[in-house]
Design a protein around this ligand. Structure first.
Ligand SMILES: [Zn+2]
Length: 201
């Protein structure tokens, strides 16, 4: 992760753009590292997408005892934070009259979506919200809020931005399918094969 952020992204991509006049937010590189290394971003993402496996076209296997040991050894404290949930993921992998994990009580609070990057607000302490375009929106980080509230407007720092994309429309999966029957959602997402089976079962 360190090499990816500091060498690949920062030194070989962002820094060279500086000589063309781009302002590089150096402090955000530190924050990127902070998100991944100190705030568990990657582990939160894995947990979130495994929570919603039934809405994906893939599902990762549960973890073995060996995996649990590896995580705890590499990242001390991991088990306390995530272990119980992954134990439940294993338990609920075996059909036994229960719901998929997203609809079972496993001490997981389904997060809000970030209006800007559309990844959920997984680092909970960083979540922000603001009323933009007359609508209350949630953001995964103040930087994503800034992107929507300031950067992607019709004018930015006094310049018109006619070619800029706009963060509008049905941006959140949860809003798009709110109130739908699950079978219709799966069909609408194109996840039913020609033989009538779904992609994951
Ligand atoms: Zn975001």
């Amino acid at each position: 992760w360190h090499r990816w952020i500091y060498d690949d992204s920062y030194r070989s991509y962002l820094i060279p753009l500086e000589k063309y006049g781009l302002v590089i937010p150096h402090d955000l590189i530190e924050e990127a590292w902070n998100q991944i290394w100190n705030k568990g971003y990657v582990r939160e993402v894995a947990q979130f997408f495994s929570t919603g496996w039934l809405a994906n076209y893939w599902r990762i296997d549960g973890m073995t005892d060996e995996d649990f040991e590896w995580f705890e050894y590499k990242y001390p404290g991991w088990y306390d934070k995530y272990g119980k949930w992954w134990e439940n993921y294993n338990r609920l992998a075996i059909p036994n009259g229960h719901h998929p994990i997203v609809a079972e009580n496993v001490d997981y609070v389904y997060p809000h979506r970030c209006w800007t990057c559309m990844v959920p607000c997984l680092v909970r302490e960083d979540m922000t919200m603001a009323k933009v375009d007359g609508q209350w929106r949630t953001y995964c980080h103040e930087v994503c809020q800034w992107t929507d509230e300031v950067a992607f407007r019709g004018t930015y720092q006094g310049h018109e931005t006619p070619n800029m994309g706009r963060l509008v429309g049905h941006r959140e999966w949860e809003t798009l399918y709110h109130g739908w029957n699950w079978a219709d959602v799966v069909k609408d997402m194109g996840m039913v094969r020609d033989d009538g089976k779904t992609l994951i079962a």
